[in-house]
Design a protein around this ligand. Structure first.
Ligand SMILES: *[C@@H]1O[C@H](CO)[C@@H](O)[C@H](O)[C@H]1NC(C)=O
Ligand SMILES: *[C@@H]1O[C@H](CO)[C@@H](O)[C@H](O)[C@H]1NC(C)=O
Ligand SMILES: *[C@@H]1O[C@H](CO)[C@@H](O)[C@H](O)[C@H]1NC(C)=O
Ligand SMILES: *[C@@H]1O[C@H](CO)[C@@H](O)[C@H](O)[C@H]1NC(C)=O
Ligand SMILES: *[C@@H]1O[C@H](CO)[C@@H](O)[C@H](O)[C@H]1NC(C)=O
Ligand SMILES: *[C@@H]1O[C@H](CO)[C@@H](O)[C@H](O)[C@H]1NC(C)=O
Ligand SMILES: *[C@@H]1O[C@H](CO)[C@@H](O)[C@H](O)[C@H]1NC(C)=O
Ligand SMILES: *[C@@H]1O[C@H](CO)[C@@H](O)[C@H](O)[C@H]1NC(C)=O
Length: 563
């Protein structure tokens, strides 16, 4: 019951507010629109009339969604650069058939400026939000607001160039929320091989979408989902490239506009809040600003500082770069092989490509007809080719100048950009992987060597010990007196007793007939010398040290060398 009453009350309010409404959706010379009046489209989706934006007192003619927004949003403004300062304005049709705005002095403030009209015409606000001027006699459209967008784009509007109608439509931002006059930002489509969306600050690029892959702009992978999935782009080889969008049969109310500080926004009507909500805006981050890190610089919003030179490049001006002035960009550290003087004696190794995952691709794409498998080799064979990328839906892209506007990105939807580098710079990259693989290899090889050396050393030591043990055993047996424990040990080490052939005492005793006096050759300084004969027939001389000589092993060795 109370709901019904409020509804009636609401209807009354609506009626009171819009009591000045034009009965129809058309404007004729006999039915002009005064400042206090409003024209509604047939389905009441849009309305047209005079309004004052923000805190301004100026009067403008605009088209607005017919929604109870606290801040009525004009999606199109006629006299944006020429406001009326009072409520004396009038929107009507002039004698020549043009749609005009007159001020209190009946001066033309704004005109649709159709030169060859001079006809009986009518203007109509369509339910799409398009204001059309038609030839009354044949219904031919002479002019339409959709061809002259201000800062907003509605369904069925085209943003960009349509060669079939010879029109180029740019969005031009308001100067401020209070002032719809042309501001410094504009948005549109640039066709350079492949269409890209741009926002410009005056004539300088401010933001760039990356190329259209026939479904999305590849620098905006999130376009695959949500509201913006209705965005489409039409292009042909004749130079047509314009963006449109369609809600399809979705229930939401949505439009796009470029705000006065250069943000291209998607706005969706929130029925519960009774206001517009920004659901998507570009640029999204500092890194989205065009050419933020200069030529061959790469931006990553997650690092600090956000700018770095691509691998193989160094800051052009180190001092400026350190100060965060990145616009100077980076230069190559090592000249490309293909650029080098071919008379050079040392011929470098062939250039190669560094793979980088990026958000979209750099500006100034050159589309080439190469197949996927030839995209790399075709780039490599042309020294002016700085990079390549292959993208399904686009094909092979080459770059033949400084790589501008690169963002590092490793998430789903990243592009694979292959950047030409000198061989040595690529090799340097391989070294980056050193710690993981190479340390493991080094460690394992090292361990094997250590183990092997240890084993060999142990074997050698064992052999050494074995020989020493044998010699010592022999010596102990042969001459217990000489071998007096540790005393002789040192001598053994010094003279390398292992190096000489040893014979047992019994063997020598037999060879000399038990040191018979008949075998005695003579008497040396420290003992007698005997002549003997080994079992194999070899004649030998044997010196027998006398127990009293006190001689050591050294003397013995010397003595044996004397033979
Ligand atoms: C409004 O504009 C008219 C001419 O466009 C001018 O003559 C008049 O002085 C202005 N009035 C105010 C209050 O600024
Ligand atoms: C203009 O067209 C309307 C509708 O066709 C017609 O009623 C009217 O007489 C015409 N006016 C002139 C001046 O031709
Ligand atoms: C577009 O403009 C060109 C030259 O300005 C002209 O030759 C052509 O007829 C125009 N096309 C259309 C459809 O108006
Ligand atoms: C836009 O360009 C002007 C110079 O034309 C510059 O002063 C201003 O800072 C730029 N704005 C932004 C947001 O880059
Ligand atoms: C434009 O939109 C951006 C992003 O939503 C916002 O930060 C900025 O304040 C807006 N500018 C104005 C003048 O409202
Ligand atoms: C080789 O390079 C030097 C300097 O870079 C240049 O002066 C010279 O003309 C080059 N020679 C040839 C054969 O290109
Ligand atoms: C190399 O590439 C440049 C620019 O991309 C092009 O103008 C030139 O014709 C190419 N040269 C060859 C030999 O393909
Ligand atoms: C890049 O290629 C385009 C098209 O082939 C050519 O017009 C331009 O001069 C080239 N630029 C450079 C720097 O080689």
């Amino acid at each position: 019951m109370s709901l019904y009453r409020s509804f009636l009350l609401l209807l009354c309010c609506v009626y009171v507010v819009f009591s000045g409404a034009n009965a129809s959706d058309t404007i004729t010379s006999s039915e002009p629109v005064r400042d206090s009046e409003t024209v509604f489209s047939s389905g009441k989706t849009f309305k047209l009339g005079f309004f004052s934006p923000g805190n301004s007192a100026n009067r403008y003619v605009g088209i607005m969604f017919n929604l109870p927004s606290p801040t009525p949003t004009a999606v199109w403004v006629a006299n944006r650069d020429k406001p009326i300062n009072d409520s004396s304005g009038l929107l009507t049709l002039s004698e020549d058939g043009n749609l005009v705005i007159l001020n209190g002095q009946k001066e033309i403030i704004w005109s649709s400026s159709i030169s060859n009209s001079m006809k009986n015409s009518t203007a109509q606000l369509l339910d799409t939000g398009n204001l059309v001027l038609k030839d009354s006699s044949n219904g031919k459209v002479l002019w339409e607001s959709f061809q002259y967008p201000t800062d907003s784009i509605l369904q069925l509007m085209k943003m960009g160039t349509d060669k079939s109608t010879n029109t180029t439509a740019l969005l031009k931002s308001w100067r401020s929320p209070d002032d719809p006059s042309v501001g410094s930002f504009s948005a549109g489509i640039q066709l350079q091989y492949i269409p890209q969306a741009f926002i410009w600050n005056n004539t300088t690029p401010y933001w760039r979408s990356s190329p259209w892959d026939k479904q999305i702009y590849i620098g905006l992978p999130e376009m695959k989902s949500s509201y913006h999935s209705g965005v489409d782009l039409v292009s042909d080889n004749a130079g047509t490239a314009y963006q449109t969008y369609s809600n399809g049969n979705q229930p939401w109310i949505l439009y796009y506009s470029l705000n006065s500080t250069g943000s291209y926004q998607e706005k969706v009507w929130d029925q519960s809040k009774k206001d517009w909500v920004v659901t998507w805006a570009n640029p999204r981050s500092e890194c989205d600003i065009y050419a933020k890190c200069g030529a061959f610089g790469s931006c990553n919003p997650k690092s600090s500082p956000i700018c770095s030179c691509i691998q193989g490049f160094k800051p052009k001006n180190e001092g400026e770069w350190e100060k965060g002035e990145w616009s100077g960009g980076c230069i190559r550290r090592t000249a490309l092989d293909c650029e080098r003087n071919k008379t050079d004696v040392e011929k470098g190794k062939k250039d190669g490509f560094l793979k980088m995952q990026t958000l979209g691709v750099p500006n100034f794409v050159i589309w080439v007809s190469s197949a996927k498998e030839d995209c790399e080799s075709d780039c490599l064979s042309n020294c002016s080719c700085m990079a390549y990328s292959y993208y399904t839906g686009i094909g092979c892209m080459h770059w033949n100048r400084s790589l501008i506007d690169i963002q590092e990105y490793s998430m789903d939807g990243a592009a694979d950009l292959f950047i030409r580098l000198a061989y040595s710079e690529l090799a340097a990259n391989d070294k980056k992987d050193f710690p993981v693989a190479a340390i493991a290899i080094t460690v394992s090889i090292g361990s094997i060597i250590v183990i092997l050396c240890g084993y060999l050393f142990w074997k050698l030591l064992a052999k050494h010990r074995e020989r020493k043990r044998k010699s010592e055993t022999f010596l102990r047996e042969a001459s217990p007196k000489i071998y007096q424990g540790g005393m002789i040990k040192d001598d053994i080490n010094q003279v390398k007793i292992e190096d000489i052939t040893l014979y047992s005492f019994d063997m020598l005793a037999n060879a000399t007939d038990r040191f018979h006096s008949a075998s005695k050759l003579g008497q040396g300084g420290f003992g007698p010398v005997y002549k003997g004969k080994l079992p194999d027939g070899q004649e030998i001389a044997v010196k027998r040290l006398s127990q009293s000589s006190g001689q050591g092993l050294q003397e013995f060795m010397r003595g044996s060398r004397d033979f």
